[in-house]
Design a binder for this molecule. Structure first.
Ligand SMILES: [Zn+2]
Length: 221
């Protein structure tokens, strides 16, 4: 699935693999998916995701590497692909059309609670002088508010932070969109794809039993 919302603004690739592309967590399926998009798989920079809020600014020096303790990546280097892997967690894509800086973050329950999407916006401002008002974002396919039920305690934590919940269900989409808006990204520059990985059958879903299988969320300037 490609996100024309960002690609039509002049980014080379903003996409996520689906089940039909195979398990893109590692190896051949990921390579084939990248090849299809004209992206060099060997160049892809990834994070060794830990459900934290660390976002790294990367460049040529990190080409092809997997960075420790990193759940989000941003770069200003054209042609340098960045990726996170997800299966229900939210992939958030960001693109500053002015400074031409792009990034992708892995925002699961923990990352969202810690505000990783806003952290990416802050880092883009700090390292690349981006203005939040120039950033466009896509909230990709992931666990939707229709299905994502957690424990009372977890839902309570979200409520305490002012993040949207309904009973024990969390709204990770609106949580991330809201955090971006709070960080200064205009609401009309955020697209929520609205595709739930749990009740839909198009993507790998941890909750639906595809443990270990991953969708690859890819962005490339
Ligand atoms: Zn659903």
């Amino acid at each position: 699935v490609r996100f024309s919302f960002l690609e039509r603004l002049g980014i080379q690739v903003a996409a996520i693999s689906e089940k039909a592309d195979g398990d893109c967590g590692e190896g051949v399926a990921g390579e084939a998916f990248c090849a299809e998009l004209g992206v060099d798989y060997a160049a892809v920079i990834r994070g060794r995701q830990v459900h934290g809020d660390h976002v790294a600014a990367v460049g040529e020096g990190e080409r092809g590497l997997c960075l420790w303790n990193t759940d989000g990546l941003v770069t200003d280097v054209p042609g340098l692909p960045l990726a996170v892997t997800v299966a229900d967690c939210v992939p958030v894509y960001v693109f500053d059309t002015c400074r031409r800086v792009a990034g992708v973050v892995h925002a699961g329950r923990e990352g969202t609670r810690q505000g990783i999407a806003a952290q990416a916006v802050r880092l883009m401002a700090e390292r690349f002088s981006c203005r939040a008002g120039d950033i466009h974002a896509v909230i990709g396919p992931s666990a939707g508010p229709c299905c994502y039920e957690v424990t009372d305690v977890m839902a309570g934590e979200f409520r305490t932070l002012g993040l949207p919940t309904e009973g024990r269900r969390l709204d990770l989409w609106e949580s991330n969109a809201g955090q971006l808006v709070k960080a200064g990204v205009p609401r009309d520059q955020i697209e929520v794809t609205g595709i739930c990985t749990i009740c839909g059958d198009r993507f790998f879903s941890y909750r639906r039993g595809n443990e270990g299988k991953r969708n690859l969320a890819l962005i490339c300037l």
